[in-house]
Design a protein around this ligand. Structure first.
Ligand code: NAD
Length: 491
């Protein structure tokens, strides 16, 4: 045994190396005590009279009071959007709409620190992710669709594109501002107006975005933001809108699809996932381990396209799991506003309970659990990075979306078996393939039923690239040229 191997065997974590805390300043964010609804360019008190507190999941401290919009509030927001659509926005030349989108993109860049801190405060995600992923991608999305606004006729030659009308948009809590950008940017570029409902646990960046809209002088009513829980979402689905764009759970997506059947309203659904991350024996194993870690522990695993099912070729399985466990020992769990943090807080108590229940099910079904030793903060919602080995395909942890930092590891022998196991899921949002052979990547990509397939990387996003699912992961695409189509009608 070499010296290095001996040292590795003795302690997976270099015991003496500790990082000094490196907290991001939070005074850049100025929160109001309470927020109303952003309708027709103005802040309005909710007619429902209902409010609730939104909290910091890392400390359970309340951050602000937000409105729970009711039926009348949603109707007012939709009326404001209709008015803005009919009286100007839909008839503006594309080059004029583009100017507003470019302005929004630049303001997001200018205020990115403030928005990133707020995103981490309200959602629990590590600041290095909101700062280096969510904010740059949100701005890039607005830049990208600003570029399309005056080129729609070239994007769809001979098809005479027209905007659809008022879009109702409902988003989840895992990437609050980024999901807003994915929804709002293409809708506005195509000449539609919007009523957007952020998730109940993470409304604050959407509410700060209203300030960005004002700064960019976007005409009143073009974007309206109504806060509240699923009841507000259901009111928006039922309201007088022309299109619903929904990102969230498969269960709610199906309910919306049933509700809209026969109404003539257009619908796109971006739903859950249970992606396979497939490691062949010729893959560069250290890079693959980084890809596995990024695939499942990025954003605490609150990622619809997370690589939550690890499929490793049998001949390298033991080695991959050994290196993975060692790497997991170096992950830092804790304060989302500390720049050294790798895993922040779980978004809510309800989500933590869901993760805990599925992890218990995994243990009861007979899988072997591994969590590196780590101390979790006393207050707030936390879950240590976890990997299950000895997992059978029928186990709930291999079938159901956990939406937390929990990986299920399985094996395969041949490429055919890898494809069969990877596709053995009701979902079809994403997949990863790790191999040194380009021909094998293409062979796999042809056979995997997933909207996005990453090769020798994971969780890479680009506004020019379409994203969306098959089967229970939904339908419709966001991003790229494809992302324009749901917001257009053709003559
Ligand atoms: P969720 O379905 O509970 O909630 C999503 C949004 O829908 C929230 O804003 C919620 O208030 C609203 N909502 C709840 N009930 C509603 C109803 N009856 N009618 C209308 N709106 C309603 O999902 P969640 O737990 O917030 O988010 C996690 C889920 O989102 C995961 O399944 C994840 O995979 C999925 N997701 C998918 C994508 C994608 O692009 N495919 C991206 C992010 C998250």
């Amino acid at each position: 045994m070499t010296d290095v191997e001996r040292r590795r065997g003795a302690s997976p974590v270099p015991a003496g190396w500790d990082y000094a805390p490196a907290p991001e300043a939070r005074d850049i964010v100025r929160l109001k005590e309470r927020y109303g609804l952003f309708v027709g360019g103005e802040w309005r008190e909710p007619r429902s009279g209902e409010r609730y507190a939104t909290i910091d999941p890392a400390s359970e401290e309340p951050l602000a009071e937000v409105a729970q919009a009711g039926r009348e509030d949603v109707a007012l927001a939709v009326a404001a959007a209709r008015d803005a659509f009919d009286n100007g926005w839909s008839r503006l030349p594309g080059s004029e709409r583009a100017k507003y989108l470019f302005r929004i993109a630049r303001i997001l860049q200018e205020r990115s620190r403030e928005l990133a801190v707020l995103e981490s405060l309200n959602g629990g995600k590590p600041i290095k992710e909101s700062r280096d992923v969510d904010l740059p991608l949100a701005a890039a999305h607005f830049f990208y669709y600003a570029g399309w606004a005056d080129k729609l006729e070239y994007a769809f030659p001979n098809r005479r594109p027209r905007p659809v009308g008022v879009a109702g948009q409902i988003i989840p809590w895992n990437f609050p501002l980024l999901m807003l950008a994915w929804k709002v940017a293409p809708a506005l570029a195509c000449g539609n107006t919007v009523v957007l409902k952020p998730a109940e646990t993470t409304p604050l960046t959407a509410l700060l975005f209203c300030d960005v809209l004002r700064q960019a002088e976007v005409p009143p009513g073009v974007v309206n933001i109504v806060t509240g829980d699923g009841r507000t979402g259901a009111e928006l689905v039922a309201a007088d809108v022309d299109k619903i764009a929904f990102t969230g759970s498969t269960e709610v997506g199906k309910a919306i699809q049933r509700q809209l059947a026969g109404t003539g309203k257009r619908l796109t659904l971006e739903l859950g996932g249970k992606a396979a991350n497939v490691i062949f024996d010729d893959a560069p194993l250290d890079q693959a381990v980084e890809g596995i870690v990024n695939g499942i522990y990025f954003n605490q695993g609150h990622v619809c396209c997370a690589g939550s099912r690890l499929l490793v070729q049998e001949s390298v399985y033991e080695e991959v799991i050994r290196r993975l466990k060692r790497r997991m020992g170096t992950l830092r769990v804790g304060d989302p506003l500390d720049k050294n943090t790798d895993l922040g807080a779980i978004n809510s108590r309800a989500q933590l309970e869901k993760i805990e229940a599925l992890v218990e099910a995994g243990k009861e079904e007979g899988a072997e659990i591994y969590q590196p030793p780590c101390r979790l903060p006393e207050k707030g919602y936390w879950f240590a990075p976890t990997v299950f080995t000895s997992v059978a395909q029928s186990y709930r942890i291999a079938q159901e979306e956990i939406f937390g930092p929990v990986l299920s590891a399985l094996t395969f022998r041949t490429p055919d078996e890898a494809v069969e196991k990877a596709n053995n899921t009701p979902y079809g949002l994403s997949a990863g393939v790790w191999t040194e052979k380009g021909s094998r990547i293409l062979w796999m990509a042809e056979r995997l039923r997933a909207g996005v397939i990453w090769a020798n990387t994971y969780n890479r996003f680009d506004p020019a690239s379409p994203f969306g699912g098959y089967k229970e992961s939904g339908f419709g695409r966001e991003g790229g040229l494809h992302g324009l189509e749901p917001y257009l009608e053709f003559e």
